[in-house]
Design a protein around this ligand. Sequence first.
Ligand code: TYD
Length: 208
Amino acid sequence: MNGKFITFEGGDGVGKTTQVALLADALKSMGLTVKTTREPGGDVVGEKIRNLLKSCKPSDMDPLCEALLMFAARRDHFVKTIKPLIDKGYFVISDRFYDSSLVYQGVLKKISFEDIMTLKKITIGDFEPDLTIVLDVAPSVSIERLSMRKLILDEYDLMKKNEHDLIRKGFQKTAEIFSFRSVVVKAAGSEQKVFSRIMKIVQERIFR
Ligand code: TYD
């Protein structure tokens, strides 16, 4: 089987990291070679850029500077990790990809859709995920999950409820725009319940 690229998107606290791990285990148990990764990050350069982003207060960083750093990290991640592994037949699963830039730097920080798509074109060309799972949950649930997960929330986590609303709507919109590769999955309920919804979509979209 050819390599595939599956991305998980959604607001903070929707449960992407757990679902990435569950899907990786399921695919491995089917005998597939799997690599899980994340953005910003993934490789040496990406992780350094992630640390840089996390060490600055979001309010201190110019939005375009932030978008450029996200795409710099993404370019390196794509060239050094994602593309070579897909070419080798891996199933690469990423916790976030460029839809996150459209929502966080686009919708939230007001960089235009066209400008983000220009950065996308320059850095990764026409490349697209084979499947994007957009986890969708009410902000009250994601905020509660975030506060259970960490004792100390960083500034990215401490977004106000209206920002969670904007982010949720932003991902619903990207799922609509990129409907050829995106499926919105209800992320309320137990981890196993959410995972069975995801696995059904993976079976339909990837293995049929
Ligand atoms: P992280 O702690 O990994 O959050 P999560 O588990 O919710 O993914 O931090 C990643 C943060 O970076 C998250 O708040 C979203 C943000 N981000 C962007 O603003 N733009 C991007 O392009 C990406 C990939 C992430």
